[in-house]
Ligand binder design. Structure first.
Ligand code: AMP
Ligand code: TRP
Length: 329
């Protein structure tokens, strides 16, 4: 059985992009894979943070993931398992500055003011490689924005293997959904839907009420033309394409199938149908999240048990990596 690893930053409530790009696939993969899912709280220190907010958001993200169908035994928070930090350090010393300099997510997040960002933000892809390889996971379900980080993880694994004269680390394969691997902001079709966008209206979160979902979809930016009847007609219409892609992914159908139904009409009826579809799928997740958040002790004990399991898988792997690099035990 192939091992799957994936992570999500507990930096805010998971949104529709996280759901379609990652979480929904995580839930499906559980049926026939050995899965490990991680709230990567160590990654959440790479940008400025507030301790109490991080605590609350880690619990909130745990509740959302469980509500979305992640099995409790497979979920834990990264900082509770020391394998991540230990292998992360080794990889800091295997990875090359030239490789990190090519990472587009660093360039996007650091912007013009690079000098003033944390060293953690810069080396974060090395830690991400360690997250995956500490479990010898070979399949990593992520959204399109993580493709480059997975390639880097493979470069690191290969260099480690080459330098230590071993074939210890396996090759990793990114598992990117065919549709909606990049869900865009509801306010600007050229920007990724993101937890850090200051506008609440830009994203649908997994705890939004039906009224909030309906309002955000009604207010979502569109253009003034009717919907086309086939996918080619969405060219150059970023907002329209995003909404249609969301509908198609939620309905598990092709973009052309969605357009056959709504093509030729204005956005009014389409938006109503989209809001209904989202409420139908995400409404129960939001309700269950709220229920789970009422019992913090239960959530903490779920994460603790998940961490025990994660430790038992990763500890022998990381100890072997430590032996290979020459550390004494
Ligand atoms: P993050 O919220 O950055 O920790 O991302 C967690 C997972 O969600 C990763 O697999 C991302 O690739 C995926 N993801 C984040 N934002 C989006 C988006 N706008 N569209 C599709 N997938 C996304
Ligand atoms: N870097 C990922 C993101 O920002 C989160 C992440 C951390 C991750 N470690 C991972 C994803 C390991 C997959 C595998 O979305």
């Amino acid at each position: 059985m192939k091992r799957v690893f994936s992570g999500i930053q507990p930096t805010g409530i998971p949104h529709l992009g996280n759901y379609l790009g990652a979480i929904r696939n995580w839930a499906t993969l559980q049926a026939d894979h050995d899965c490990v899912f991680c709230l990567v709280d160590m990654h959440s220190l790479t940008m400025p943070w507030e301790p109490e907010t991080l605590r609350q958001q880690t619990l909130g993200s745990a509740a959302c993931l469980l509500a979305a169908g992640i099995e409790p035994t497979r979920l834990y928070n990264q900082s509770a398992v020391s394998a991540h930090a230990r292998l992360g350090w080794i990889f800091n010393c295997v990875s090359r500055l030239g490789w990190l300099n090519r990472m587009t997510q660093f360039k996007d997040k650091a912007g013009k003011n690079r000098e003033n960002h944390s060293a953690g933000l810069y080396v974060y892809p090395n830690l991400m490689a360690a997250d995956i390889l500490a479990f010898h996971a070979t399949r990593v379900p992520v959204g399109d924005d993580q493709r480059q980080h997975i390639e880097l993880a493979n470069d690191i694994a290969q260099k480690f293997n080459h330098d230590m004269g071993t074939d210890f680390f396996p090759e990793i394969e990114a598992f990117i959904p065919p549709a909606a691997a990049r869900v865009m902001s509801l306010r600007d079709g050229t920007k990724k839907m993101s937890k850090s966008d200051p506008s609440e209206q830009s994203r649908i979160t997994l705890t939004d009420t039906p009224d909030e979902i309906a309002l955000k979809i009604r207010r979502a930016r569109t253009d003034s033309e009717a919907l086309p009847s086939e996918a080619a007609g969405l060219e150059g219409r970023a907002e329209a394409r995003n909404l249609v892609a969301i509908y198609a992914a939620m309905a598990d159908e092709s973009i052309d199938a969605t357009l056959q139904r709504f093509g030729g009409e204005g956005f009014g009826p389409f938006k109503t149908a989209l809001a209904d579809l989202l409420v139908e799928s995400l409404g129960p997740v939001a309700l269950e999240t709220r229920r789970l958040l009422e019992n913090e002790d239960h959530l903490l004990s779920v994460l603790r048990q998940g961490a025990d399991r994660a430790r038992s898988i990763s500890e022998p792997i990381v100890q072997e990596a430590e032996r290979l690099v020459g550390f004494l035990r």
